[in-house]
Design a binder for this molecule. Structure first.
Ligand code: COA
Length: 257
């Protein structure tokens, strides 16, 4: 499938999805969100793909936010629909994916762009990247999960400072906050993200999915994370991956999942 605003590239077990709307700093308009929903659903259903790398086209922006021009005349109902649909179809889809998704942040990650990175499981950023949730300067608040996921990741005080001031922080500040996992030179960004995904792709795909599910359950007030962990742990025992992992250990060889 060809997309209007996405580029797709497979490298081994890793699928790279590039948001390709450089003239608008890769801002998330309706069509880009619909394409992201399709591309991520497709990657998750594609068995040989074991990890997804999400990045932005060009060297200026990962994603500079939701498309401001597109929602400029919205009323409250349309605003609700925008947030609800986006959260369900893209941001929650990424958050709950059973394959790892890494955001490779190559410049501005603002508003919906930072929220997109926050929904991913791991974040790697270039040294010059800037991150922020500037919605209050537009008379808005974050609507794609930013108030929740940023707080979970960096704590209430730091999240509130970022959300209430709307200020951007540097990649190194984000590293200090625990908002990004790694900061690298621009030329090393894709390699670093791909290395992490390639390493994960050698592990049990069943166990990877179960681990993501258990970690996410602990962040969901409607679930008991410990109970989810016990159930997911138990389910691992019945799987071919468990058999292979244990056999490989006992036979002193690498497992082949
Ligand atoms: N929505 C729609 N268009 C956007 C956009 C967004 N979130 N962010 C950038 N663009 C567009 C600009 O309108 C401009 O388009 P034009 O050339 O047709 O006028 C183009 O992308 C380049 O942006 P520009 O503002 O000229 O670049 P800059 O280097 O001067 O500034 C930013 C970069 C990121 C600081 C600035 O674009 C910005 O503040 N963007 C909005 C960030 C934001 O508030 N995001 C949250 C949205 S909820």
């Amino acid at each position: 499938m060809t997309y209007q605003n996405l580029l797709i590239h497979d490298e081994g077990y890793v699928r790279r999805i590039v948001i390709n709307r450089e003239s608008k700093l890769n801002a998330l308009n309706k069509i880009t969100l619909a394409e992201l929903h399709h591309a991520i659903t497709d990657a998750l259903a594609n068995k040989p793909i074991r990890g997804i790398l999400l990045t932005g086209a060009g060297d200026k922006a990962f994603v500079a936010g939701a498309d401001i021009a597109e929602f400029s005349a919205f009323d409250a109902n349309q605003g609700r629909e925008l947030a609800q649909e986006g959260q369900t179809n893209v941001f929650d889809l990424i958050h709950h994916a059973n394959k790892p998704i890494i955001a490779a942040i190559n410049g501005y990650a603002l508003g919906g762009g930072l929220e997109l990175a926050l929904a991913c499981h791991i974040r790697v950023a270039t040294t010059g990247s800037k991150m922020g949730l500037p919605e209050v300067s537009l008379g808005l608040i974050p609507g794609y999960g930013g108030t929740q996921r940023l707080t979970q990741l960096v704590g209430r005080g730091r999240a509130l400072e970022m959300i209430l001031t709307g200020d951007m922080i540097t990649a190194n500040e984000a590293l200090g906050y625990g908002l990004v996992n790694h900061v690298v030179a621009p030329q090393d960004l894709l390699g670093k993200a791909e290395n992490i995904l390639t390493k994960i792709s050698t592990r049990s795909t069943n166990a990877i999915g179960a681990a993501i599910r258990a970690v996410n359950a602990g962040l969901d007030p409607t679930q008991n994370g410990f109970e989810t962990e016990i159930t997911a742990f138990a389910q691992c025992f019945g799987t071919p991956d468990f058999k292979e992992g244990i056999s490989a250990f006992l036979e002193k060889r690498k497992p082949n999942f």
